[in-house]
Design a protein around this ligand. Structure first.
Ligand code: OSB
Ligand code: MG
Length: 361
């Protein structure tokens, strides 16, 4: 039994800009658990800087190495691991990386694809695209290209003061495309007038307009807008999802397993959305092919009803660390059929992309 953590660095094909900054490469942790003949994999969705969340690669490495690794030496089922880790506050991205490693391990041990282990599946993930902030002409080109490729929904990143220009120019050029906007927390309730001006564009939802840990103000905002609210950053766990629906803070949830401690909690959040007459979809954190395979398997679950941010690998990278990247047909991606996440690691490129690695046990 061996647990290896690698910090990988992969350049993006194009810089990705949100209201919290620009990234031109992904640096993230890849976990490998070798046991017998099987190799289980996972990816921690933290990145180099703590902007989206307080976690970053260093805090995640610390948590996994110094607190979580000794809970998995007997490779428990995900549920038992979460019980063991419950005494550790927060650090969901670190916990999720380990929880998902265990899902991959146990589905490979049973020789079933992860999608089957997760439960009833649609057999495919519906796919939308997340487009970063850029010059108007660049955004329009990217939207046109996305529609041509067959994406089922286009999400535009917006920033305070640029929301109207971005959304109106895309809506004018593409009157029928299912469109959403993601603010990544850049507004407050004082910006109500700015946000109300977006109502006329018929967005399927407005994602995380207010504070990263807020529910109460989102509930107030939801009462003022005709556009449905989708929460991302604010949903840090199963109870927060329940509370969001109780308060009327959101009717749509962007599920990122990394943000809520893994796949078990992701299924619970999807169930809460369904039970409350809401909707859910699977978000992305610009993952490599390893993390992407988990997202695609989850996005194919029957409880997930909206297109996710699960683009094929070649949207992000010229070359990925897997040999079997996903391809999209008619806006859908089929999860891998091989056991577990079903990715074949590109060992040579993984080695080339590795900045540093740690053997934990
Ligand atoms: O808010 O959904 C977000 C990327 C990094 C951090 C936060 C977000 C995103 C994206 C990109 O929107 C989704 C993807 O294509 O992986
Ligand atoms: Mg978001």
């Amino acid at each position: 039994m061996k647990l290896l953590i690698s910090l990988v660095r992969l350049p993006f094909l194009a810089p990705f800009t949100t209201s919290f900054g620009t990234e031109d490469h992904r640096t993230g942790l890849i976990l490998q658990l070798k046991s017998g003949g099987d190799l289980a994999l996972s990816e921690c969705v933290a990145s180099a800087d703590p902007h989206y969340s307080y976690e970053d690669n260093d805090t995640a490495l610390h948590l996994i190495r110094d607190h979580l690794a000794n809970m998995v030496k007997d490779v428990p089922k995900p549920e038992l691991f979460l019980e063991r880790a419950a005494g550790i506050r927060g650090h969901n991205m670190a916990k999720a990386a380990v929880e998902m490693l265990l899902w991959d391990y146990h589905s490979k041990a049973k020789k079933i694809p992860l999608g089957r282990a997760l439960g009833p599946s649609k057999g495919h993930a519906d796919v939308g695209v997340s487009l970063g902030i850029a010059k108007r002409v660049v955004i329009l080109e990217r939207v046109s290209d996305a529609i041509e490729r067959g994406y089922k929904r286009v999400k535009l990143k917006i920033d305070r003061g640029r929301e109207y220009e971005i959304v109106s120019s895309v809506r004018d050029a593409f009157p029928d495309v299912p469109l959403s906007a993601d603010a990544n927390c850049c507004y407050t309730l004082k910006d109500l007038a700015l946000l109300k001006r977006l109502d006329k564009f018929g967005l399927v939802y407005l994602e995380q307009p207010l504070g990263h840990d807020d529910l109460v103000d989102h509930a107030k905002l939801a009462g003022e807008l005709s556009t449905p609210i989708c929460l991302d950053e604010s949903i840090t766990g199963v109870d927060r999802a329940r509370q969001a629906f109780e308060l009327g803070a959101a009717s749509v949830i962007n599920i990122k397993p990394g943000r809520i401690g893994g796949l078990l909690n992701s299924l619970k959040v999807a169930k809460i959305a369904r039970r409350n007459g809401g909707h859910s979809w699977v978000g992305g954190m610009l993952e490599t092919g390893v993390g992407r395979a988990f997202n695609v398997a989850l996005a194919a679950h029957r409880l997930v009803d909206y297109p996710g941010d699960t683009s094929p690998n070649d949207k992000y990278f010229a070359r990925d660390i897997v040999k079997n990247p996903f391809t999209m047909t008619d806006g859908t991606i089929r999860p891998n059929k091989a056991p577990g996440i079903g990715v074949e690691l590109d060992d040579e490129f993984l080695a080339k992309s590795t900045v540093k690695s740690w053997q934990i046990f």
